[in-house]
Design a protein around this ligand. Structure first.
Ligand SMILES: Cc1cc2nc3c(=O)[nH]c(=O)nc-3n(C[C@H](O)[C@H](O)[C@H](O)COP(=O)(O)OP(=O)(O)OC[C@H]3O[C@@H](n4cnc5c(N)ncnc54)[C@H](O)[C@@H]3O)c2cc1C
Length: 428
């Protein structure tokens, strides 16, 4: 039986195409180190790699296997800037802070590409991103966005697309206009997970899979992390569990909420297909965003239906095929070979959550669907913090993310109601 992530639904196409996925042992016994990292997704693995490269003695524990959370299973789209448009950040924080946040995200993008190139991690990078309006009323916003990015944020790679160009580039007339960003692209996320773990291990990080943290205690300048078969005592701890942390640490749990997101992979569409002839990734203007792209071997990887809170993975194929057919009627009967999902960690304002939740313990997550480049970079910024420079991580800490209303008991039903309202608004 092929391995199946016990915490995310469905076996992903990435798992079948990532190549060998080395296994790491479970922790057995007690360890002492400089830094203990909890969670083996992009955030934790990147932190472990950069900490170990900087000479720290680091232990990383992952409850299941690296990439079993969101990092090995996502849409692979890097995007540009933060999740919120730079002009919205400017309206909220003023130009100089908005620019600093935008520039940080651009550093994240550059870092990801440099890190993978320097460490010979082949991530199937494909360039290009189309962002498209599913309602005519949004088209002017995209036009203004392209202009603002060039004139105010010194980012010249975004151009406006009218309805005709949008239809040509998508191979679909379902959208009314949008933008094309030639300064970003999309990747095979599981290959990045495997490669980053390899880099961390080679640099001397002690990596453990199948090792769930069951508690964190911080006192007297030391942090002690317990697991079923041993403890890790360290000077510092990074909590990198994002949407998968459950009740491990209450402050993170109150601020980062899991929502399900699902992807289907079709059979290869063939050389004569007019779907995305330029190979770009796409995201649309729906609040319940649809995101899709073609893989290197010509499949359509289509992400869409989000169910807030509890979800049933059995109907991923049906829902994804229906959404594909809305955009590409000719693909109404297309065979879907893989359907899978994972949990996105969102925050109330859809901005990342970084906070010192107890002495010497920092939690990072809540990238709100924009974590592919940010989470990898936050791992590096955490390593910088441990080395004594907290300036850049502080830009994010200062965002002051509020907790979800309703407490642990009522926040899921409240969010469900709120997000269903937005999903309804997408349709009218
Ligand atoms: C379907 C889907 C599509 C997405 N598409 C995109 C996209 O196109 N672009 C984009 O930018 N972002 C996207 N995202 C979001 C992106 O994948 C995440 O922001 C990013 O992977 C977060 O990485 P992470 O390391 O913080 O968390 P994760 O990768 O979720 O890792 C957390 C890890 O912590 C482990 N863990 C939890 N509790 C414990 C414990 N007690 N002890 C030990 N380990 C524990 C989990 O097992 C898990 O492996 C998507 C997410 C999903 C689910």
């Amino acid at each position: 039986m092929p391995y199946q992530s016990p915490i995310s639904p469905g076996r992903s196409w990435y798992e079948d195409t990532a190549g060998p996925r080395p296994e790491y042992p479970a922790l057995d016994g007690d360890r002492t180190c400089d830094v203990v990292v909890i969670g083996g997704g992009f955030t934790g693995l990147s932190a472990a790699a950069h900490l170990a490269k900087a000479g720290a003695n680091v232990v990383l524990i992952e409850a299941y296997r690296f990439g079993d959370g969101a990092s090995g299973r996502n849409g692979g789209q890097l995007g540009t800037g933060q999740r919120a448009w730079a002009e919205d950040l400017e309206a909220e924080y003023g130009l100089s802070r908005a620019k600093a946040l935008f520039d940080l995200a651009e550093e994240a993008k550059a870092h990801l590409l440099e890190f993978t190139a320097a460490n010979q991690i082949d991530i199937d990078y494909m360039p290009g991103q189309l962002s498209v309006a599913h309602k005519p009323r949004y088209v002017d916003d995209y036009k203004a966005h392209a202009e603002i990015m060039a004139s105010r944020f010194s980012y010249p790679h975004i151009s406006f697309m009218d309805a005709r160009e949008t239809a040509e580039r998508l191979g679909s007339t379902a959208y009314f206009g949008g933008t094309r960003d030639t300064g970003t692209g999309h990747i095979h996320p599981m290959k990045l997970v495997i490669g980053t773990a390899r880099v961390a291990a080679l640099a001397g990080a002690q990596l453990f899979e199948g090792t769930q943290s069951t508690g964190i205690m911080s006192s007297g300048g030391k942090v002690k992390v317990s697991t079923p078969r041993g403890t890790v005592t360290a000077q510092k701890c990074l909590i990198a569990v994002n949407a998968y942390g459950g009740t491990l640490e209450p402050v993170s749990a109150a601020h980062v909420m899991p929502i399900g997101s699902f992807i289907g992979a079709t059979v290869p569409l063939g050389a004569d297909s007019n779907v995305l002839p330029g190979g770009e990734a796409v995201d649309d203007s729906r609040f319940v965003v649809r995101y899709f792209r073609k893989s290197k071997d010509g499949r359509l990887l289509f992400g869409g239906r989000e169910v807030y809170g509890v979800n049933d993975p059995r109907d991923i194929h049906i829902h994804i095929r229906r959404q594909i057919a809305e955009l590409y009627p000719a693909l109404g009967d297309v065979e879907i070979t893989h359907g899978w999902g994972g949990y996105v960690g969102i925050t109330v304002p859809r901005k990342p959550f970084v906070r010192e939740v107890m002495p010497n313990v920092i939690s990072a997550g809540g990238y709100s669907g924009h974590g592919v480049m940010l989470s990898n970079y936050f791992g590096k910024l955490y390593a910088e913090t441990v080395a004594g420079n907290r300036d850049r991580l502080k830009l994010i800490e200062d965002l002051k993310i509020p907790p979800f209303p309703g407490g642990r008991r009522f926040r899921t039903p409240l969010l469900f109601l709120a997000l269903n309202w937005f999903a309804l608004r997408d349709r009218i």
